[in-house]
Design a protein around this ligand. Sequence first.
Ligand code: KDG
Length: 339
Amino acid sequence: MTFLRRTVIAAAAAVALSASFAVLAQDIKPRLIRFGYGLNEASNQGRAAKVFAEAVEKASGGKMKVRAIGAAALGPDTQMQQALIGGAQEMMVGSTATLVGITKEMALWDTPFLISNAREADTLLDGPIGDKIRNKLEEKGLVGLVYWENGFRNLTNSKRPVTRVEDMDGIKLRVMQNNVFLSSFKTLGANAVPMAFSELFGALETKTVDGQENPYNTILSSKFYEVQKYLTVTNHVYSPWIVLVSKKWWDTLSKAEQAVLTDAAKASRDYERKDTRDEASRAIAELKAKGMLVNELSPAESERMRGKLTAVYADIGKEVGMDLWNDTQKELARIRAAK
Ligand code: KDG
């Protein structure tokens, strides 16, 4: 064999060897997952994101690492949703309300007074109705893994106690960027102002808006009590969060990797719901201790509020489709009958 032939064969072997080491190194290098969320690290959303990250790393033996990035550092929910669709970011958790522009059926979860308690929430969201809506995300480039609990939303403002629906007249109220919230609070007499969550504290501090509505947990973790005097317990809507994956990225994963994420998401959901409910049960006392004046809307006034919102309900039925709307009412009746 000539010297030249021997040299070419040796060089080819060296290239093949270094390529296999590269593959090996690639095998060892963990898959990094950016998991964005909007509340701060100390919030219920942040605590559950940490639980999810730990579950993924443990189940994958360190081969998949989640970097949980909070406080809207990767942008507001709507921006992260687009980043996932484009494949520029792997995962996020955010509000279903801001997904309505992508999947109109998500508007079902904005229906005022639809869900009355945690049992109804979990059974509806984790059952056929919740699955049907969640699975509609795939055609839009998103994979919805599980629903977390944002919680029952309540009203805060800096102007006056809201004891009757009329007290909302003229209050500049920040709402999520979502038509159901916009029309609901306009119907109730407020001056509804759509705004990303990341801008909310500043807007309350500068009195750009007078009030907002969010679950107790968020009022606590975002320190809204520093810029809001009055809290009215309305429980006007049950708000879910949803854990999302970029479908572009999801489709590059092995079945085993997808199972790691799905199982960790379910574990984080169960943790998050319990953690959120535990924190919410202590919240009123904590918010009073922080100086907030708290009142509960009477059942009669809640009934008046519902009555004023019938036009909004009709619009939601049209928006999500009457089949889904009617199936939801039937499912809720079944859940309530199966006490
Ligand atoms: O990023 C924050 C959102 O996930 C969520 O908190 C939305 O409830 C929400 C609000 O009021 O914007």
